[in-house]
Ligand binder design. Structure first.
Ligand code: TRP
Length: 387
């Protein structure tokens, strides 16, 4: 209708159409390194600009309420969100409750998990006066965007999304319609509020690329509500430079492996899990990430909590062995998280306050989503002005 050329992929193209491929590799491995490099360059530019001109940016990010957040989440993303919020970036944080059902059957104890996420957010310093916290399920207009957006993507694009492939493999379930299309739902998460920056890990880059494609095609296919401006911005990834913390067994930190230190754990439980952490038999503690990954990971954790480098900690511990190393890490983690845990306890005791925060965030998200859906209908010629 708009007469502009649309940038669809060519369905039969043997180079781009790999939808029949059954291999499932890790999403991280599949993100092309050239596009990763480009995203990283762009991300660094934005970081520099953010410090000067935070007011130009709206950030959206979110978490699935599938369990309790751990200190990997804290150092990998929560601390960064607080930093961005404090810089003055307009911050939106989504409790992605509908996304829970992409890779599992049923939602589990969802209310409890949503509230626990909220407690973690507030306890680490997300300030509801400056950050909008909301749930998918409370924002109908956000979800309605998925309908036109679905018309803008192809089956093969979705099937070759590396993140969908690896989540599908991990879920050990057949591909559901929602699993296949959840990157489009995630595009709605980002675009409904016209976020222009999205702090993500490398594994989420394919979704951001899909979001940019949706934004561009919407403009090409349906046009604009106002001639001078496309309805949706093309958001950029803000790639985390934070080091990746492993679990106490040296594997990826994940609830299902029982190797996590939760933000909300007690000091005793934290000590217990660190005591069980895997190390090696060399009593002399050195910082050698390639040769001694488990020991290096504990040193890194001490470093993140204290601001001293892993090397400094290794030098100080020296011949103290794994016992001394674990004592240092336990002390560092427990003292860093003590104030956060104290705030957690206060917040947990005041459910009324939590519900108010969520209600206010949901109301704000609805206002913005309704306005965006209005523009979308206008661009699509579906604003019939019925009065
Ligand atoms: N997919 C993200 C995760 O699994 C959560 C999420 C949902 C998200 N919607 C988002 C992240 C939008 C960034 C932007 O962790």
């Amino acid at each position: 209708m708009s007469g502009r050329a649309t940038t669809w992929p060519s369905e039969g193209d043997p180079v781009t159409d790999v939808s029949t491929s059954s291999e499932t590799t890790s999403a991280e491995a599949e993100v092309e390194s050239s596009s990763y490099d480009a995203a990283q360059r762009r991300s660094r530019q934005i970081e520099a600009d953010l410090a000067r001109d935070a007011g130009r940016y709206r950030m959206l990010t979110g978490d699935r309420p599938t369990g309790r957040l751990h200190i990997g989440h804290y150092f990998g993303s929560l601390a960064n969100r607080v930093r961005l919020q404090d810089l003055g970036v307009d911050s939106w944080i989504l409790v992605a409750d509908y996304q829970v059902i992409t890779d599992r059957e049923g939602v589990g104890p969802i209310r409890e998990r949503v509230l626990s996420l909220l407690v973690d957010y507030l306890a680490v310093g997300i300030d509801p006066a400056r950050s909008t916290i909301f749930t998918h399920s409370a924002v109908p207009a956000l979800n309605q965007l998925m309908l036109p957006f679905l018309s803008l993507v192809t089956d093969s694009e979705l099937r070759r999304n590396p993140t969908v492939k690896s989540e599908l493999a991990a879920s050990q379930r057949p591909m559901s319609g929602l699993m296949l299309t959840y990157p489009v739902h995630q595009a709605a998460d980002i675009l409904f509020c016209k976020a222009n920056v999205v702090p993500v890990g490398k594994d989420q880059l394919p979704h951001l690329e899909q979001t940019r494609v949706v934004a561009r095609r919407f403009d090409e296919v349906y046009g604009r509500a106002r001639a001078e401006e496309s309805v949706f911005p093309q958001p950029d990834a803000l790639l985390s430079e934070a080091p990746n913390i492993l679990g106490t067994d040296g594997q990826k930190m994940s609830k299902s492996r029982g190797n996590t230190i939760e933000i909300g754990m007690t000091a005793d439980a934290t000590a217990k899990i660190i005591k069980r952490a895997v190390t090696d038999s060399d009593r002399n503690i050195t910082y050698d990430p390639a040769g001694r990954p488990e020991v290096a990971n504990l040193l890194l954790l001490a470093s993140l909590c204290t601001g001293r480098t892993p090397q400094e900690w290794a030098d100080e511990i020296g011949d103290g062995g794994a016992g001394r190393l674990k004592a240092v890490v336990t002390e560092a983690v427990n003292s860093t998280f003590a104030p956060i845990r104290a705030r957690r306890a206060e917040l947990e005791a005041d459910q009324g306050h939590l519900l108010e925060v969520l209600a206010a965030g949901n109301a704000r998200a609805n206002e913005v989503a309704d306005a965006t859906l209005d523009e979308v209908r206008r661009a699509m010629g579906m604003a019939y002005d019925l009065g």
